[in-house]
Design a protein around this ligand. Structure first.
Ligand SMILES: Nc1ncnc2c1ncn2[C@@H]1O[C@H](COP(=O)(O)OP(=O)(O)O)[C@@H](O)[C@H]1O
Ligand SMILES: [Mg+2]
Length: 358
């Protein structure tokens, strides 16, 4: 069992910089939580407070109901995997994985069993006698995870463990972490700035900006129902197109030199905003070819199954469309397109405008 509660956590560093503001999260046993957000938003600080590597300035941290806010890192029963895996170069893979248990003076037979079991899970059995330098980056990352697994901690903490790997290896290692999570059924907190990692790994995502939690939810909730323009723009690739200053009138949205049609349901969602300006958001993949919207094409990128079209609408507002299949627009072409699913945001608060109860 490992249930973690982060209650009103603040972090103020010695130089008076407040890195985390009122962080609240209940992590269920076995849940994989991903903290995501741009560099400097407070992800590592939050993780390090959980690990006990940073003091908690205010708030409480509970593990299985027990307050561990003041508990030293070594007594928290958590294991952290870092971006630079920091293996001991002169030790074999076996010795690296056994190291923490050897330090604890565990029975060598028990250590042997634990290391072999972890190596088996991670596919490292045939590498145990090698030195770290003989392994690939992906294998070294697995050794770093192995060192955590042998300790059988209550909570696994990962801080950008894949960012030193190349793109192909990142994908493969990501899938291994997912399998590992399924196998160990362990509670995990995973930090990344990469929204793809967040969407593919998380049971729930915590999206942060400037020390504040912006939204907590499943990957689909954050993708489909972002709370505000920050989350809407951060989750999704290429990012959502935003059109500020769109006026809702005559059953349409008008602004930026173009008009967008609205369905009855969308009009209903916007009923309190009649005659007011809002922010319109449209994901590139929710734009289709053939429609009334006149897009002036700047660039056409074929990705095989999709085509990314960069262009402008109305009075020069930027638009990126991710069209299905192969298209060949040229710079200067005027292409008719259509907005599908739309997102609406309040101009003052940047919060999503939704229908009551939805
Ligand atoms: N030891 C420190 N002393 C002072 N400020 C720090 C320290 N560590 C991090 N910060 C600041 O706290 C903020 C959050 O940093 P961090 O948690 O590392 O962000 P992230 O992991 O999301 O990139 C940043 O503004 C960073 O400069
Ligand atoms: Mg960090």
């Amino acid at each position: 069992m490992a249930e973690l509660k982060l209650q009103h956590l603040d972090k103020i560093y010695d130089n008076k910089v407040q890195a985390v503001f009122d962080f609240n999260l209940d992590v269920s046993d076995g849940e994989l939580i991903v903290l995501v957000g741009p560099s400097g938003c407070g992800k590592s600080t939050t993780l390090r407070m959980v690990a006990g590597l940073e003091d908690i300035s205010a708030g409480h941290l509970l593990l299985d109901g027990k307050d561990i806010t003041q508990t030293p890192a070594k007594d928290r029963d958590m294991a952290m995997v870092f971006q630079n895996y920091a293996l001991y170069g002169h030790m074999t893979i076996y010795e690296n994985m056994a190291f923490s248990l050897t330090l604890r003076k565990e029975d060598p037979n028990v250590i042997h069993k634990k290391v072999l079991a972890a190596a088996e899970i991670l596919g490292l059995t045939s590498q145990l006698n090698k030195k770290p330098a003989q392994l690939s980056g992906g294998q070294r990352q697995r050794v770093a995870m192995g060192r955590s697994i042998v300790r059988n901690p209550k909570v696994f903490l990962f801080d950008e463990p894949l960012s030193n790997l190349d793109a192909k290896l990142r994908g493969a290692t990501r899938r291994e972490i997912l399998l590992l999570h399924k196998r160990l059924k362990a509670t995990m907190l995973y930090v990344t700035h990469d929204q793809t990692e967040a969407l593919t790994l998380a049971d729930r995502i915590v999206c942060m900006s400037m020390g504040h939690v912006q939204q907590v939810g499943t990957p689909l909730e954050l993708y489909d129902r972002p709370n505000n323009t920050f989350v809407a723009g951060f989750i999704g690739l290429p990012p959502m197109n935003f059109y500020p200053d769109m006026l809702f009138e005559d059953g349409k949205l008008k602004g930026n030199g173009f008009e967008a049609e609205l369905s009855d349901e969308e009009k209903d969602t916007l009923k309190d905003y009649y005659g007011k300006q809002i922010i319109l958001g449209v994901r590139p993949e929710n734009i289709t070819a053939d429609g009334p919207l006149q897009v002036k094409v700047v660039n056409n990128e074929n990705l095989g199954m999709n085509t990314l079209v960069h262009g402008t609408v109305g009075n020069g507002a930027h638009l990126v469309a991710k069209l299905r299949g192969w298209a060949e627009y040229k710079n200067g072409d005027i292409a008719g397109m259509q907005f599908g699913r739309k997102h609406f945001f309040d101009k003052e608060t940047t919060n999503a405008i939704r229908k009551e109860g939805k």
